[in-house]
Design a protein around this ligand. Structure first.
Ligand code: GLP
Length: 253
């Protein structure tokens, strides 16, 4: 993993947006894996600004990680709505190239299989943006999710902060689906993510901390602020590696 520690949440978002915009400029038909939650909001805001400055999304294909089951796409908590509000309504994506699991489907198994097939048909995901949950989950892969899991139905754990008014069932890409992306970019900021970040980067590879599966991925960039980095044992060494890194080198240690 490449660990990039920056001074503020704003720098986390700006750094991630820079990587995504760089890919889209280099490869206008890039396939992006996108996430929701509070973490990526400013990344999307920055991409909207870059679009206004000329960045073209018309040939980009997107796949979102997950969605609630049974929540209408117009519901404020629906990931369809959040993505529309934060990104898709403000850039020139081609609607047919935008994919989010359909939580309103009558046939969940079929929807999940079709989602995997659509990712393959698009040539796989070039860059997957990820957040991390306080219990170490990625997408909606809760602790004990199979490390080789694919897109499927999940039941969410009850945990502090989980909105009781929202469905407990979701469709989520699996950990195996995420690991197939060619580059994973995980962002986190704030003290409340520090423990999960330390477990992901320095803890054992375990289904109990789903994000630790990224230790097996050949090209993962973890972008965090000082607060989210505060429980890392080797933080100083990660900083030094970034300082010594040859220009343009990206990737694992
Ligand atoms: C939800 C999402 C995840 C996200 C996580 C963290 O579980 N399904 O994709 O990473 O929340 O959310 P936040 O960024 O708001 O802390």
């Amino acid at each position: 993993m490449e660990i990039v520690i920056v001074e503020s949440p704003e720098r986390v978002s700006a750094t991630a947006a820079e990587i995504i915009a760089g890919l889209v400029s280099e490869k206008p038909n890039a396939v992006l894996g996108l996430c929701t939650g509070s973490s990526p909001k400013e990344v999307y805001a920055e991409l909207v600004l870059r679009h206004r400055a000329g960045l073209d999304f018309s040939r980009v294909t997107t796949f979102n990680l997950d969605e609630y089951v049974g929540l209408p796409h117009t519901h404020p908590a629906s990931y369809h709505r959040q993505m529309a509000e934060q990104l898709f309504d403000h850039v020139n994506v081609t609607p047919e190239r935008v994919h989010i699991p359909d939580g309103m489907t009558k046939d969940i198994a079929r929807t999940c299989a079709d989602y995997e097939a659509a990712i393959s048909a698009a040539g796989g995901i070039d860059l997957q943006l990820l957040g991390i949950g306080e219990n170490g989950h990625i997408a909606f892969n809760e602790p004990t999710s199979a490390l080789e899991s694919r897109t499927r139905l999940k039941t969410l754990f009850a945990r502090p902060g989980l909105d009781a008014s929202l469905p407990r069932h979701v469709i989520t890409m699996g950990i195996g689906t995420i690991l197939d992306a060619r580059h994973c970019v995980l962002i986190a900021f704030g003290q409340r993510k520090a423990r999960a970040v330390a477990q992901m980067v320095e803890g054992p590879l375990t289904a109990f901390v789903p994000a630790s599966a990224l230790q097996r991925h050949p090209l993962t960039t973890v972008i965090i602020d000082e607060a989210a980095a505060s429980e890392l044992t080797l933080a100083e060494q990660y900083r030094e590696i970034q300082r010594l890194k040859p220009d343009g080198q990206r990737g694992g240690t």
